[in-house]
Design a protein around this ligand. Structure first.
Ligand SMILES: CC(=O)SCCNC(=O)CCNC(=O)[C@H](O)C(C)(C)COP(=O)(O)OP(=O)(O)OC[C@H]1O[C@@H](n2cnc3c(N)ncnc32)[C@H](O)[C@@H]1OP(=O)(O)O
Ligand SMILES: CC(=O)C(=O)O
Ligand SMILES: [Mg+2]
Length: 360
């Protein structure tokens, strides 16, 4: 293991210094597009102002015989597009694939100055991050880049989940982790064929009713459970412990916008900052879910104002507030401020709700 003293030294002579804090830029939706698909790539300039992150996908969903076209398409799109303050990410091919080396050897020199984050699939442990970390440093030095490209890991193997804490802390380059429910299900030999979401067979059943209410013959309600709760919670803790950001990944049933919203909201409430959008229809869902509600923002701001220096206890509308609720409210209010800085419409919605709360 590297000494803590060396952790923030560049891994190659001439490479930019590692970041000390992950930049908290809004990333409510990581919008996937296939850069080799000309129709999709043509939509990038109009999508850029609508999303927080655009991700050129080179891995799964890109056919094997289109890998090179996707890589070159990403170079072309990145060069031709003004992304404004929208981030540009890429998902490279997996580290055991025949394409990943060329992905990195092409992208860093060609568009390294435009790439914010490289997403690495099927990460199994710290060793995978260390490999990418050193290679990126060498390539950044060679390309003369002035800032480091950050790294995002997909949690999608059983071994990766077992090692999630060491992955989260493997490098100052680590920006965040996304849940990859499809590959993870396969790796664990789960018996679901969906991309994320629940399964009607994964449930608990109420006890039989008392004899007076029909006993064993009475219907027994069932309650569907969340297949992903354990993994998301573990991922959130690992990320929070290492100061990086957790994300829910993809929801494959594009037409089921209701269940998509539920899955995203569960992740938001548990601590995730965003999710992937695979189709334009999922962009608005992620934007809605991962922006705190105006009522929650107004309430949080009211508690913060009432708590002064954040210590002690006060009563607001019959509810006790203290140092801990103050911190909870700061999470919501700080997120709202960051989103409002990027989105004037949202800023106005939050301001109006705050005025209304203050007037009560
Ligand atoms: C498990 C994982 O690894 S998940 C991550 C990997 N998967 C992906 O990246 C998938 C990305 N998404 C897609 O490939 C597509 O959305 C699909 C295949 C799911 C559906 O595509 P289509 O059948 O074309 O959907 P649909 O007909 O509804 O598309 C409507 C329009 O949106 C466009 N569109 C669809 N998805 C996207 C996208 N992600 N970005 C930009 N435009 C898109 C289509 O090109 C189409 O354009 P048009 O109206 O000009 O013809
Ligand atoms: C996200 C992803 O890659 C997966 O679910 O497999
Ligand atoms: Mg996957």
């Amino acid at each position: 293991m590297r000494s803590a003293k060396d952790f923030f030294r560049p891994l190659a002579v001439g490479a930019p210094a590692p970041v000390r804090e992950v930049p908290l830029r809004p990333s409510r939706m990581i919008h996937f597009f296939d850069p080799g698909n000309e129709k999709m790539a043509a939509k990038v300039p109009s999508l850029a102002p609508q999303v927080d992150v655009l991700l050129g996908n080179l891995e799964d969903a890109v056919p094997a015989d289109r890998k090179e076209a996707a890589r070159l398409g990403l170079v072309k799109t990145a060069r031709a597009t003004d992304f404004g303050d929208t981030q540009l990410w890429t998902r490279i091919n997996s580290l055991d694939s025949p394409w990943v080396l060329d992905d990195l050897l092409t992208l860093v020199p060609e568009i390294g100055d435009k790439l914010d984050v490289v997403m690495v699939p099927k990460v199994e442990g710290a060793q995978d991050i260390h490999y990418v970390d050193r290679l990126l440093a060498q390539l950044e030095a060679k390309a003369g880049l002035g800032r480091p490209i950050l790294v995002h890991a997909i949690l999608e193997t059983a071994t990766g989940v077992a090692n999630v804490e060491e992955i989260a802390g493997a490098s100052p380059r680590m920006q965040g982790i996304s849940l990859g429910p499809a590959d993870l299900a396969a790796s664990r030999r789960m018996k679901t064929t969906r991309v994320g979401g629940g399964h009607p067979g994964y449930l608990v059943r109420a006890d039989p009713a008392p004899a007076a209410d029909g006993g064993a013959d009475a219907p027994r309600p069932t309650f569907q459970q969340d297949l992903w709760h354990y993994t998301i919670a573990r991922m959130v803790d690992a990320c929070a412990a290492h100061g990086i950001l957790p994300y829910y990944g993809p929801f494959g049933d594009i037409q089921d916008v209701t269940a998509c919203e539920d899955q995203f909201r569960n992740a938001f409430l548990l601590g995730c900052v965003g999710a992937w959008s695979l189709h334009p229809a999922q962009i608005a869902i992620a934007k809605r879910v991962f922006s705190p509600s105006p009522q929650d923002v107004a309430w949080a701001r009211r508690v913060i104002a009432a708590m002064g220096d954040g210590t002690g206890a006060v009563m607001i509308d019959g509810k006790m507030q203290d140092d801990a609720t103050y911190k909870q409210c700061l999470v919501v209010a700080d997120l709202a401020d960051a989103l409002a800085a990027r989105d004037p419409e949202l800023a106005e919605v939050y301001a109006a709700a705050t005025r209304e709360e203050d007037a009560r």
